[in-house]
Write a new protein. Structure first.
Length: 133
């Protein structure tokens, strides 16, 4: 089975040895995605950070031949429970009708102290869906 590696161009991908996303067959795995812009800047607002994460994720999904409608699982890491309503609202804007499985956890910290959220997703691209049993 072919393995497609998707890069966002981040210098960390080669240093750390990972890809923004990997597609193997019908499955796409998008790495934990931080709210950082190419110039290194990061919005302060938690909702803006969630939007930036999802913007990067959306681009990776597109590069892998998928879209948000193909997402079956999301994982959201927060550094403060108080930011949940703002971040969850943005998640809801994108996934309201898709409704993937989701896990949201509060963690002690992320790699950059400015980051309030990091999001990862898994997608499944199926041309013809098998009937549910």
């Amino acid at each position: 089975m072919d393995r497609q590696l998707i890069s966002s161009g981040s210098p960390w991908e080669l240093t750390v040895g990972y890809s923004r996303a990997v597609r193997v067959g019908e499955r796409i795995f998008v790495s934990g995605t931080a709210p950082q812009f190419d110039d290194g800047s990061c919005p302060e607002d938690p909702a803006a950070q969630a939007r930036r994460c999802l913007e990067i994720i959306g681009a990776a999904l597109t590069d892998a031949g998928a879209g948000f409608a193909d997402v079956v699982r999301t994982r959201t890491y927060l550094t403060a429970a108080a930011d949940f309503p703002a971040i969850a609202s943005v998640h809801g804007e994108v996934f309201h009708d898709i409704r993937p499985a989701n896990t949201t956890v509060v963690v002690a910290a992320l790699l950059d102290a400015r980051w309030k959220v990091e999001i990862e997703v898994e997608a499944l691209v199926i041309d013809e869906r098998a009937p549910l049993r």
